[in-house]
Ligand binder design. Structure first.
Ligand SMILES: Nc1ncnc2c1ncn2[C@@H]1O[C@H](COP(=O)(O)OP(=O)(O)OP(=O)(O)O)[C@@H](O)[C@H]1O
Ligand SMILES: [Mg+2]
Length: 462
């Protein structure tokens, strides 16, 4: 609070009493140290949290109440910088806390440090509650939005923009892209942003349903159509999706005979139940997805060209993770937060060396692979560590990726080749781990710097 020059001694004393009263009645645990590093004021919330009496800390060095970790007050007094989110264990019960502290500067002069202490278990309980509430909400609300598609780099932003525009129309959408890029996420977002969002979203995985059952599961069947069929027949997914969206995933896996029927359904906006000759009108928006090269499938004769044209009114190619490396950090953070919430553990940060390591991977499995690497890392890291380090991450796939242009997938590889790939992987991982520092990398590998340079050159990593 600003204090006028004319303030009298009595007024100053009243102000001091008021400030003290404010600190004492705060629900947040507060401790104040003088410039010499002795505790001069703590409030009841503090003594409660610490399990200490006021007399045990007042006038004592601030280190007295710390069980584990460096005193935040001393760091603030030394650096004159505020500190946020320091984690330590305090008091006789070694309670885990998070401390925010700031220097007390009066007219530019350092007078002490003020710290606000939060108990971690309380934060953990609240974040657990939040996570389960969020999960519940997700279940209750099938409407997913574009906000869940993390990343704001140019490639993904363009794709999101295109998908938003598609969502506003009734047009059929064809989602293309490698495995694990987020096609399913896009399908949900498009449905959720369309005027059909209150209608059903029915997903059919064409690769997961046995060929013989695909037609009846999509179009339904008439009573008595075949042995074992229900007497009154059964609706298919097209009818279930009436008024909503039908998401045909892995469309390239649909057999040719079914493709012909799909084409007819799209053209006529009506379907025939198996065993029936009476067409049923359906009002369905179709979204199809595949990670296959449909044009190649047309050349091979396994995909109908006319169906391809019908489907690709609005083709949307979801970029691979390699094409949007700028999103690696936000994606990793969002995925980590999601996994921590799912595992009900305190949020974990990503160490810079971990990010450097992630940046070296070709990510052939895209976001799904990234999610798996982080998931495994969380399980492998030391239980108390609040950060995920490069050492916790097991990147299996650091070998030559498609972007390196020298991979020949499908060809069996001999020992020399495997050894070279492994060496390359090791070099990249160690370089990343040491922030690109070659001396440190060579030392870690137990080879000379000259030898390292030679190897880097040979692997075209230099
Ligand atoms: N941009 C993104 N933001 C957040 N999570 C993502 C993103 N992209 C993908 N994911 C996550 O990655 C995983 C794989 O995504 P999804 O299932 O949508 O991929 P897909 O393209 O359908 O893959 P496939 O072709 O193998 O079926 C999911 O857990 C999804 O939530
Ligand atoms: Mg999918």
């Amino acid at each position: 609070m600003p204090i006028a020059a004319s303030t009298s001694r009595a007024q100053l004393e009243a102000l001091r009493e008021l400030s003290e009263a404010i600190i004492r009645c705060s629900q947040e645990a507060i401790s104040i140290a003088d410039a010499q590093g002795n505790t001069i004021l703590v409030n009841p919330a503090y003594t409660r949290l610490m399990g200490l009496e006021e007399a045990q800390v007042i006038g004592r060095p601030v280190t007295a109440d710390i069980a584990e970790g460096e005193s935040v007050h001393l760091r603030v007094l030394r650096t004159r910088q505020a500190i946020r989110g320091a984690r330590l264990r305090v008091g006789p019960h070694a309670r885990e806390v998070i401390v925010n502290a700031a220097p007390l500067l009066v007219g530019g002069e350092l007078r002490g440090s003020v710290g606000v202490i939060h108990e971690v278990s309380e934060i953990r309980r609240l974040s657990d509650e939040l996570a389960s509430a969020k999960q519940l909400l997700r279940k209750l609300d099938p409407r997913r939005s574009f906000d869940e598609i993390v990343g704001d780099g140019p490639a993904i932003s363009r794709t999101k923009e295109l998908a938003r525009r598609a969502a506003a129309t009734p047009a059929t959408v064809l989602l293309l892209g490698e495995s694990g890029t987020g096609k399913e996420l896009f399908a949900h977002a498009i449905h959720g942003a369309s005027d059909r969002r209150d209608g059903p979203l029915v997903r059919v995985n064409c690769a997961a349903i046995p060929e013989g059952l695909l037609e009846s599961s999509l179009f339904g069947y008439q009573g008595g159509a075949f042995t074992g069929a229900r007497a009154h027949g059964q609706k298919g997914h097209f009818e279930e999706a009436d008024g909503g969206t039908l998401f045909l995933d892995e469309i390239a896996e649909a057999p040719l005979a079914l493709q012909a029927k799909l084409l007819r359904a799209l053209q006529e906006r009506e379907i025939l139940r198996v065993g029936s000759s009476k067409p049923v009108r359906v009002d369905v928006r179709l979204i199809a997805a595949t990670n296959a090269d449909l044009e190649a499938a047309i050349d091979r004769g396994t995909f109908r060209q006319d169906l391809f044209y019908r489907l690709s009114v609005m083709p949307i190619r979801v970029p691979s993770l390699r094409e949007r490396r700028e999103d690696l950090l936000p994606l990793s953070r969002a995925l980590l937060a999601r996994i921590c919430a799912e595992y009900r553990v305190a949020p974990v940060e990503l160490a810079p060396d971990a990010l450097a390591l992630l940046a070296t991977s070709p990510w052939r499995g895209n976001v799904r692979e990234l999610e798996n690497v982080l998931r495994r890392g969380l399980i492998d890291k030391p239980p108390d560590a609040g950060v995920l380090c490069a050492a916790d991450l097991a990147l299996e796939d650091l070998g030559a990726g498609p972007e390196d242009g020298d991979a020949a997938p499908g060809r069996p590889r001999g020992l020399p080749e495997l050894r070279a790939a492994w060496e390359r992987q090791l070099l990249r991982a160690q370089l990343a781990r040491h922030g690109g520092n070659r001396e440190a990398t060579a030392r870690a590998l137990g080879i000379t710097v000259r030898n390292l340079y030679y190897k880097l050159k040979r692997h075209r990593l230099g």
